[in-house]
Design a protein around this ligand. Structure first.
Ligand code: PRX
Length: 663
């Protein structure tokens, strides 16, 4: 048994039910959120949220706090505001123009930029003027496909300033995936870059846009940021360089205020069908939710803290806790372009040291990777500036939690394990760092003003010590307002399983004290390195490969990425053996990358003459998952041909394990 604790405690002791971490006294005394916040919010949640909303700047006050016609909510009805003004202008007007908004750190060493709120303001105004010159108007959708550079934030805020909903597409998605999103949105403007850096080498983005736009004739303008200097194809009349168009614009722009329910952005996420869902967020409620959660969950004191969400802007975590939450609160953030090992495996700790990062927010998959790299790396840097650590994206295993606490947090920093989703807009279940006594691996309790429960199949609350489905029991300001272009799917996906209540798709457990532990997805959604990937979507991609007849995809547990994509595929004809088989498998993996993106590439593809099916013809995914995880097989009596399972199992045990690079 390894010694993990400072006092030589065993792993068992560390993970025992008795293990509790109350906030340090001095931390608790100074904390932004005090214990009374729970009772205040519980007394009247809607009024409590309205109170929070008042910390934003509204050009027109709202008349009604909430109109709730399940499942459609309208928050702060009649109020008008501008998200970009709330994130930038009002801080400059309050005399904080010289405060740093972003310490930006590029992937190449020493490629850094410091951007103050005054500079950000100027950049956003110029970009808004440029978009106006391109004909972008309120309500128009703009697709953004960029690396982690300051212009990404500027582009988002410029869209918000004009009331033009943005849709940021993660740079790791393929041309095909990008095209699907542009078409679904009816976007006519795309903002991209020539490319980005990935472990020292430039990768292409504009090239994917060019390919995507072959399918999107409606797109009229492509605004291209120069990041890497690589050669790009150019379509005159459609493509424009950012530095040529934006830099010559006036640094002044008079913003308009928009309705609280005006669409702010659409973020696509995977569901249980092949088509990703465009999750719609609006302005007033979303900004209220992300700003108050940012402040209370991370104990943010904007005058002193340096906040770092180590996530990509292409995901909701980046939207809410790199852009909108921190900027609404006037915080100084670090924004880092690269991977944790770019320029050395201690890159993160050099960044923490250099900028005095005080709050770090990352995903369990990264924590487990850092664990593999060893505790010497963080130990060789001064991390004493850190005071709060956050986790998001997947359940954090207690070992990773403890490692994070000890090796990064010096046994001193409270850890907040935050559960939420693209759909929820902001953090929903979490400790409050100055209030909650935490347990390694538990997200603990609903944030003030949030209603959550764990229920059985019939929607009845389970007691303490029991598991079930996680549901949300009342509307909240940051909730999705729908699925872009598909209100019925919105109702069906989230509100029909337990009528009137939001079905999250996650399993959860209440422990003996009533505290919440998240157990992962219970539907056909995989969670790979904190990214949501639909099994159906990967299956569709595989079946579109000319060699594939049928495919079944499961998420198998993986020690680093949480889950990994494992595919079972039947092919035309006999199915090649040896080298030819390996080539076919590589080709299929590349095919999935080109249809969806490298993040969806299966870790392993197993060629099999048949897939195990029930008598009614349904693929037995549960069983395949057991096979993929080498577990004992459960009941197979409804199986068409039990020998298929044995054969698959046998084959998997002997299949060469692909040593794949991280996508
Ligand atoms: O399964 C839950 C998991 O991630 C899903 C949401 O994924 P996405 O919309 O991509 O948003 C990720 C970032 C907010 C959830 O349904 N998840 C997220 N955070 C946690 C989590 N599972 C357990 N614990 C968490 N803290």
């Amino acid at each position: 048994m390894s010694d993990l604790g400072a006092n030589g405690e065993t792993l068992e002791a560390l993970l025992s039910e008795e293990r509790r971490f109350p906030p340090p006294d001095d931390f608790a005394a100074e904390a932004v959120a005090q214990p009374g916040v729970y009772a205040a919010a519980a007394a009247d949640p809607v009024a409590w949220w309205a109170e929070q909303a008042r910390s934003l700047r509204w050009e027109t006050p709202w008349e009604t706090d909430l109109e709730w016609e399940p499942p459609f909510a309208r928050w702060f009805v009649g109020g008008r505001l501008n998200a970009s003004v709330n994130c930038v202008d009002r801080h400059v007007e309050a005399g904080l123009g010289a405060r740093v908004a972003f310490h930006w750190v590029g992937e190449p060493e020493d490629d850094t930029r410091t951007i103050t709120y005054a500079e950000l303001h100027q950049m956003v105004c110029q970009a808004a003027n440029a978009l106006t010159e391109l004909g972008v108007k309120t309500g128009d959708r703009v697709a953004i496909y960029v690396p982690m550079i300051p212009e990404a934030v500027v582009a988002m805020l410029a869209c918000a300033r004009l009331g033009a909903p943005h849709s940021v597409v993660f740079g790791g998605f393929s041309a095909e995936a990008l095209a699907g999103r542009i078409l679904d949105l009816g976007a006519r403007t795309v903002i991209t870059a020539d490319g980005g850096f990935r472990r020292g080498a430039p990768s292409g983005l504009k090239v994917n846009v060019d390919q995507a736009l072959e399918q999107c004739p409606e797109v009229q303008s492509v605004l291209v940021i120069r990041r890497t200097g690589q050669e790009v194809a150019w379509q005159e009349g459609r493509d424009l360089w950012w530095h040529e168009l934006v830099d010559r614009q006036s640094p002044a722009h008079t913003p308009e205020a928009f309705d609280a329910e005006h669409p702010l952005y659409v973020m696509y996420t995977s569901g249980t069908t092949a088509k990703p869902k465009g999750i719609l967020h609006t302005t007033g409620g979303y900004l209220t939710h992300v700003s108050v959660t940012h402040r209370l969950v991370f104990d943010v004191k904007p005058e002193e803290d340096v906040f770092w969400t180590a996530a990509d802007i292409g995901w909701v975590t980046g939207h809410s806790y790199i852009v909108y939450g921190p900027l609404a609160n006037g915080t100084t953030s670090v924004m880092y372009e690269g991977t944790p090992d770019a320029g050395g495996r201690d890159r993160w700790w050099r960044i923490v040291e250099r900028y005095g990062v005080s709050i770090l927010y990352t995903a369990p998959t990264t924590i487990r990777t850092l664990m593999k790299w060893g505790e010497e790396l963080p130990a060789s840097h001064d991390l004493s500036s850190l005071r709060v650590l956050g986790s998001v994206g997947e359940p954090i295993n207690p070992e990773a939690w403890m490692w994070y606490r000890r090796n990064i947090g010096g046994n001193r920093c409270p850890i907040v394990d935050t559960w939420w989703q693209t759909e929820t807009g902001g953090i929903m279940i979490t400790p409050l760092p100055g209030v909650t006594t935490t347990k390694p691996g538990a997200a603990m309790a609903p944030f003030p003003g949030i209603g959550a429960d764990v229920v059985d199949n019939h929607g009845v609350s389970v007691g303490n010590g029991q598991g079930g489905y996680l549901i949300l029991t009342q509307p909240w300001p940051g909730m999705l307002r729908g699925i872009w272009g598909d209100p019925e799917r919105y109702r069906e996906t989230y509100w029909s399983r337990f009528p009137g209540r939001y079905f999250a798709g996650d399993g959860a457990k209440r422990d003996e004290d009533g505290d919440l532990w998240l157990l992962g997805r219970i539907d056909d959604v995989m969670n790979v390195s904190g990214h949501r990937i639909s099994t159906t979507e990967v299956e569709h991609a595989l079946v579109s490969h000319p060699g594939v007849v049928e495919a079944a995809v499961v998420g198998a547990s993986d020690p680093t990425t949480g889950q990994a994509v494992v595919a079972f595929v039947t092919v035309r004809g006999e199915g090649p053996e040896g080298e030819a088989g390996r080539e076919l498998v590589d080709d299929m993996r590349a095919h999935v990358a080109s249809v969806i993106g490298p993040i969806a590439k299966p870790r392993q593809i197993l060629l099999t003459p048949e897939l195990p099916k029930t008598r009614s013809g349904k693929i037995m995914r549960r069983l395949l998952r057991d096979v993929a995880e080498h577990r004992e097989l459960g009941d197979v009596t409804t199986l068409l041909d039990p020998t298929v399972v044995n054969m698959i199992d046998e084959k998997l045990r002997h299949a060469p394990q692909s040593e794949e690079e991280e996508p």
